[in-house]
Ligand binder design. Sequence first.
Ligand code: TYM
Length: 334
Amino acid sequence: KLRVLSGVQPTGNLHLGNYLGAIRNWVEGQSQYDNFFCVVDLHAITVPHNPKTLAQDTYTIAALYLACGIDLEYSTIFIQSHVSAHSELAWLLNCITPLNWLEGMIQFKEKALKQGQNVGVGLLDYPVLMAADILLYDADLVPVGEDQKQHIELTRDLVIRLNDQFGSKDNPVLKLPKPLIRKEGARVMSLVDGTRKMSKSDPSELSRINLLDSPEEITKKIKRCKTDPIKGLEFDNPERPECNNLLTLYMLLSGKTKEAVAAECQDMGWGQFKPLLTETTIAALKPIQDKYQEVMADKSYLESVLREGREKAEAIAIPILAKVKAALGYSLPL
Ligand code: TYM
């Protein structure tokens, strides 16, 4: 089986972008692959964070993985900071990463701009830690949303560079991973502006629907979401980004095909469509929310899942870290 690795940052809640762009695809593909899904809590401190909520937020994401349908028969769930090999490999990779590769990353530039004076080195280094996450597991595939593509390309460039400098043709040190980005849902847009992506850091709560939002919150957010004055709804009209986004949400959450949704909605106005999307969203999130409550009610179960996850993760990560260290010349016995 090919190996899959992916992760989500524990910054509060997960939104529909995280779900439709990433987690839903993890769940759908999981029986075909050998999967590792981590909660990347070391990435969460690359921007100012609250130490009082970090642990709880990390739990929440792990519980949401289970609630969304990650099945432990096929998948391992673990916490990034529990496996110290991630930090160690990140250091080794740092030393072969050209600074200008990192300075050119779109997400770094965006986040750095938002933070003004207080940009930490960790924010710049973020993609190297992400590369370590992927490479420690010899991952073949990395299922993510569109916004992570550039980071995976950097990971690939790092593998090529490291193998070139420290491996040989028949004995590469690290495996070259590939991004797995589905066309539909790869870029879920904000509800208040169809030209910006839905994001955890958007100051407007109305811009996103979180997986744990109540039916009332979902109703309010969809009621207030941005639309246009045109009657008749359609996909793929570049003049109508909101329309395309909302139809795509409806399509993915209802499980209907694009053709079926296009036909169903072609004569609708927003007054008819919004209640339909609201109802569909509430119904799609209900089983996730129910399961989430169940998982959170049994902390000791969740803890045992994460403990076992850590063991399975380390069983793979430690030998791969050792291989990289050996390739770089760390050969003295302990
Ligand atoms: P994060 O926590 O920002 O997002 C988690 C996943 O959700 C996807 N995503 C979206 N997809 C579609 N539309 C959106 N509006 C949207 N917003 C977010 C992201 O693409 C991602 O797949 N750097 C990563 C976390 C990470 C990681 C890794 C991922 C760390 N190490 C190793 C894969 C492999 C991040 O910040 O994701």
